[in-house]
Unconditional design. Structure first.
Ligand code: UFG
Length: 339
């Protein structure tokens, strides 16, 4: 442990990506404080993190929509950097309940930034998404690709969030890095933490593992008439542990004042595109479980293909993925069997 490092606030630290990032932070000797409102996470995740790392992170159950509670938190804690995960993330729900998304994802970000600047907390990592690129004109997608009009209020909160942070860095002693995630999947190898979707999963991998486990009858593959080699849509699936490690690299860049701009943007993916059928086949190879599936129509709002050009993150963050799609599917399956 290097006790000289300051405290890192992780909002949404009991969520899927947040919890894996807390593990990596603690493994690196950072002292972590988690804020989570438990609206889409479980308190038992704290035990999972503690069991993996041997260190129980500080935890404050707090709703970031309460300005007075956020203010009080920063008065009580000495924070050096913030990794901000806390947000609502269901694309479909955001279309139905846009104001919930603007309040949960934007209002909270404003309160956080107000207190960070008031308390001279100068380092922020923001969870952004490749959704800001929409269907990019060129593949793989570089950070220079244009930002397309958002397909959903959720996607819009990521675009607006990036802009709010950028404007704030211009006039304050604040540096920020937005990490634009591609598709995070899998879980910690210890199977002590993983993805915990509530209700019927909307994302591919939890639906695949629940179907294999017999909880769902069959997987619906949304479209096989896309202009891709096998007709199904292509995504860049990144192991959540690799993704978590990108946050450590980004944080060290800010703490070491190695950033070249007040606000920087990095694509965080593997650089490799996989189709839905590639995922189904890889799942069978890894687990020996064949999946019931049927082809249905395209899902509204889905793009054809997205995968990252990761060269900027590789060069500037000194970060690279180490784990494969098979590793990720294997860990997701082990986690499913444990549930
Ligand atoms: N898919 C199926 N059947 C399912 C679920 C998904 O065929 O039951 C397909 C989708 O059509 C898509 C692929 O599997 O082609 C991946 O779908 P996901 O829902 O897992 O992921 P998305 O790429 O749609 O969305 C993810 C995140 C969003 C983020 C978006 C950025 O969930 O938060 O990437 O593109 F905004």
């Amino acid at each position: 442990m290097n006790n000289k490092k300051g405290k890192i606030l992780v909002t949404g630290g009991l969520g899927f990506i947040g919890s894996h990032t807390v593990v990596e932070l603690q493994n690196e000797g950072f002292e972590v404080v988690i804020i989570d409102d438990l609206s889409n996470s479980r308190i038992e995740v704290l035990d999972g993190i503690t069991s993996i790392t041997g260190v129980k992170p500080a935890f404050v159950q707090l709703d970031l929509k309460s300005k007075s509670l956020v203010t009080g938190f920063f008065e009580d804690h000495d924070i050096e950097g913030v990794i901000h995960f806390a947000a609502s993330k269901a694309v479909g729900e955001s279309v139905q309940e846009p104001l919930k998304y603007y309040e949960n994802n934007i209002t909270t970000l404003i309160y956080l930034l107000q207190q960070m600047t008031a308390n001279r907390v100068g380092n922020l990592i923001f969870s952004s998404s490749c959704t800001v690129y929409g269907q990019a004109d060129e593949l793989p997608i570089t950070e220079k690709a244009s930002i397309k009009p958002a397909e959903s209020p959720y996607g819009n909160t990521k675009q607006i969030g990036e802009e709010i942070i950028k404007d704030t860095t211009r006039v304050n002693d604040l540096s920020a890095i937005a990490l634009r995630y591609f598709n995070p999947i899998g879980g910690h190898d210890s199977i002590k933490i993983g993805e915990l979707p509530i209700g019927v999963p909307q994302n591919l991998i939890p639906f695949v593992t629940q179907t294999a486990a017999g909880i769902r009858k069959e997987l619906s593959i949304f479209g096989d008439d896309y202009p891709t080699p096998d007709g199904t849509a292509i995504r860049d699936y990144i192991h959540v542990v690799d993704l978590a490690k990108a946050h450590i690299s980004a944080l060290k860049r800010l703490l070491g004042k190695k950033n070249k701009e007040k606000m920087e943007f990095f694509n965080i993916g593997t650089g490799k595109g996989s189709s839905v059928l590639d995922v189904v086949n890889a799942f069978k190879k890894v687990t020996n479980v064949a999946l019931n599936y049927k082809i249905v129509g395209r899902r509204e709002g889905d793009i054809v293909s997205a995968y990252a050009d990761t060269s900027l993150a590789n060069k500037e963050l000194g970060w690279k993925t180490k784990l494969s799609l098979e590793d990720a599917l294997n860990s997701a399956w082990k986690w499913q069997l444990k549930q």
